[in-house]
Write a protein that binds this ligand. Structure first.
Ligand SMILES: C[S@@+](CC[C@H](N)C(=O)[O-])C[C@H]1O[C@@H](n2cnc3c(N)ncnc32)[C@H](O)[C@@H]1O
Length: 416
């Protein structure tokens, strides 16, 4: 390890400060562009030791678990909370601009739709039962160490106020000292808690866990490794005025404001299309809103979210017809021939993007396409395929739902 003083030039795609040294780039977490910092260096990784000249954009962090001096270690989330709002938002927008430019695409990119503290309704906690305590928190960056938390500036008040109940659920289910995960979704009827990575549970322990949960307030459901353990209330979430009960551990957008912003953009881009396909539909975040515009065919790889979506669509008045199809869109994308049935196609794949589906869309005559993505680099690859085949990008909007991180969502509209 060597110690040196360097000047940070920019932030990288993961949010680390990057400085150029004689032997290549050095990545320095928690350092900001323009700062001169002393670092302890191992190869290309620099640990921030002290700041010789701070950026005027450096601000007080919102959380005491933050940074190299974080209480009880450094929580691995929110690594950009010391960056002032305006440059932080400009950095996230620029990630999208740069990713598109790397594929030769130069559309106008909107300002970032901002996220705010207290909006996160979906939080995944790291947990471990010790002899003395039930630890609930977040993993320290690149470590199994759990930074125990009792507050969190990004999580919703409904989750933070129920941390004692979440801790009680963890304690009731933990078998031994192994680390496990507790995913919490705040729903209209209470918390939907999905516990994973606990392998063995005796019948006695199961019964006692159920009793514990039933005595707690504000818990709608607890599931263990995907199976419902106890469900005092059906967890319900609202997709544009339609109530859906998602399966345990189902994908939902992490914040309601970002979900609404994405859904509004998707609906606006789809316009008056009468025949719509919603690919990678999940439990119907976009499908159920789009069903107010035209008939929608929802395609998704998992059974349970589709069943939830189907049930909600069948029990809601005033929607146009909704059909569902379980299909592995990575192996079997909707082919150009099948795409003839639609005026508009929305696709919202996982981080890997939708390369094969984009190739088929590129061969199709679908008039409007809306691409939703949580990964600007795979999005850029997929959009480039569409642009090469004659589609025109009409709007690109970056949206923040993972506050103070380098993750950014994007909604892109295309026409032919
Ligand atoms: C980013 S989520 C979007 C879900 C939904 N559009 C929403 O906003 O809630 C991606 C979805 O793709 C689904 N998925 C993952 N791999 C898939 C595959 N190979 N084929 C079809 N769907 C897949 C996941 O189950 C998940 O529901």
């Amino acid at each position: 390890m060597s110690t040196e003083t360097i000047t940070i030039q920019k932030l990288g795609a993961q949010g680390d400060g990057i400085a150029q040294s004689a032997d290549g780039p050095v990545y320095v977490p928690f350092a900001l562009p323009g700062e001169t910092v002393a670092i302890a260096r191992v190869k290309s990784h620099g640990t921030l030791m002290s700041i010789a000249a701070a950026s005027p954009d450096r601000q007080e962090p919102h959380c005491r678990h933050f940074g190299p001096d974080g209480v009880n270690g450094t929580c691995g989330g929110c690594t950009l909370q010391h960056y002032a709002d305006a440059p932080y938002r400009a950095f996230k927008r620029q990630l999208v601009v740069d990713a598109l430019r790397s594929k030769g695409l130069t559309p106008e990119v909107d300002e970032l739709i901002a996220a705010h503290p207290g909006e996160r309704r979906r939080v995944v906690f790291a947990a471990r039962k010790t002899e003395k305590d039930m630890l609930i928190g977040f993993n320290q960056a690149e470590s199994h160490h759990i930074v125990a938390i009792h507050e969190c500036p990004i999580a919703s008040a409904g989750i933070i106020s129920r941390l004692p109940a979440i801790r009680a659920v963890g304690a009731a289910l933990a078998v031994n000292a192994e680390a496990f995960r507790i995913s919490v979704l705040e729903t209209l009827s209470g918390l939907d808690i999905a516990v994973d990575e606990i392998k063995k549970l005796s019948d006695k322990q199961r019964r006692s866990a159920i009793e514990t949960v039933l005595a707690l307030r504000g818990i709608a459901r607890v599931s263990l490794n995907g199976e419902i353990l106890v469900e005092p209330m059906k967890p319900m979430i609202d997709f544009g005025g339609v109530q859906v009960s998602p399966p345990p551990g189902a994908f939902t957008q992490a914040t309601k404001p970002a979900e609404d912003a994405m859904a509004d953009l998707v609906a606006a881009h789809v316009g008056k299309a009468k025949r719509i396909a919603d690919l990678f539909s999940g439990s119907g975040t976009f499908t159920l809103r789009l069903a107010r515009i035209g008939r929608v065919h929802a395609v998704e790889g998992e059974d349970k979210p589709l069943a939830a979506l189907d049930h909600a669509a069948r029990n809601t008045q005033g929607l146009k017809p909704v059909t569902t199809e379980r299909r592995d869109l990575f192996r079997r994308p909707l082919m150009a021939q099948e795409l003839k049935a639609y005026d508009a196609v929305v696709f919202d794949p996982p981080r890997a993007g939708a390369e094969f589906q984009s190739k088929e869309l590129a061969r199709s005559a679908v008039k409007k396409i809306v691409a939703v993505s949580c990964n600007p680099s795979t999005l850029a690859r997929d959009l480039a395929l569409l642009v090469e085949s004659g589609y025109r990008i009409t709007r690109v909007t970056p949206i923040d739902q993972f506050l103070w991180t380098s993750h950014v969502e994007v909604v892109a509209a295309l026409e032919k």
